[in-house]
Design a protein around this ligand. Structure first.
Ligand code: ATR
Length: 293
């Protein structure tokens, strides 16, 4: 990739940032399409987030991804929000367009696209069971409800946070589909799992190789689809290992990473993201990608 006087700059703000794989697959995608863009990782300290966001304009950058821990705190520093980001209350992509910073949230769209395109799983009319109520759970639950699921069951270790998400969804999507929260200690309910078509782990459990399973796999029904959005650098999460061993249809964190990044790529470049090239870039680094079908 040659840097020239007209090279366009995009990147990611995070803290920490050393673990990010986004530069790897985004730069591979720019190269593939012959786009004069460069994607850069920026370590932004919390006290510098406002200045860093203002610098997108000052340095005439095209845009930025925003990752942990800034998806919510960056909100006051953008000029406009997409309807989706506004509803979710979190931004993971900024586009510098006609002098304005527009905030988007591509997590949900990326999740659904990967589910359909990679998992060959259509969420419409399905019973979904979602673990966690953090930032990722908001975008994903929004996109699932919009995709027409039959029902959504949530659980979360901290009850208050789980109920906060439930009430948020009930407010944004009144009477769209049955939504309920179940206590964390009831998460292994065989009746619940029996009627689950799609189980999504949005908690951070699995990030460390030693993390134990949140759900007892013994009670997974035969056709349940498992989506563990956790990205584990060491390879597969335990949940993914179990799913593969049981030959269950499943997707893992790298799919989520690539597909949400692909939507950001398309916002910035107005070109179709070369998903295959993005996947290849990550596969070559990791030797294997934790997903199966
Ligand atoms: P993100 O923005 O990536 O979703 P987050 O907002 O920090 O990250 O949310 C992390 C999620 O993982 C939360 O649902 C958290 O549960 P709490 O609300 O109880 O904190 C969940 N989580 C993290 N560690 C967990 C653990 N050991 N067991 C169960 N849930 C856990």
């Amino acid at each position: 990739m040659k840097i020239s006087p007209v090279t366009k700059i995009v990147g990611v703000f995070g803290y920490p940032i050393a673990h990010t794989l986004s530069p790897l697959f985004q730069n591979a995608a720019f190269k593939e399409l012959g786009l004069n863009f460069i994607y850069f990782p920026f370590l932004v300290k919390p006290q510098d987030l406002k200045k860093a966001t203002e610098a997108i304009k000052a340095l005439n950058m095209v845009g930025i991804n925003v990752t942990i821990p800034y998806k919510k705190t960056v909100l006051p520093y953008v000029d406009e929000l997409s309807p989706e980001a506004k509803k979710i209350g979190a931004v993971n992509t900024i586009h510098h367009c006609q002098g304005k910073l527009i905030g988007y949230n591509t997590d949900g769209e990326g999740f659904i696209n990967s589910l359909r395109e990679e998992g060959r799983f259509e969420p419409e009319e399905k019973n979904v069971y979602l673990l966690g109520a953090g930032g990722a759970a908001y975008g994903i639950s929004h996109s699932l409800i919009k995709a027409g699921i039959k029902s959504l069951t949530l659980t979360n270790r901290t009850k208050e946070k789980g109920e906060l998400l439930l009430n948020h969804l009930k407010r944004v999507f009144p009477q769209i589909c049955p939504l309920r929260f179940i206590e964390f200690h009831q998460r292994n309910s065989p009746t619940l799992l029996k009627e689950t078509d799609l189980l999504v782990n949005t908690t951070s459990v699995g990030m460390n190789a030693n993390d134990s399973l949140l759900i007892n796999p013994e009670i997974f029904p035969r056709k349940i689809f498992i989506y563990d959005i956790v990205y584990n650098k060491n390879g597969k999460t335990k949940l993914m290992e179990v799913a593969e061993k049981r030959k269950l249809p499943c997707l893992g964190g790298e799919e989520m990473l690539i597909y949400q990044g692909a939507v950001s790529f398309e916002i910035w470049t107005k070109r179709k993201a070369p998903i295959k090239i993005m996947k290849k870039a990550i596969r070559e680094k990791n030797a294997k990608i934790p997903y199966c079908r």
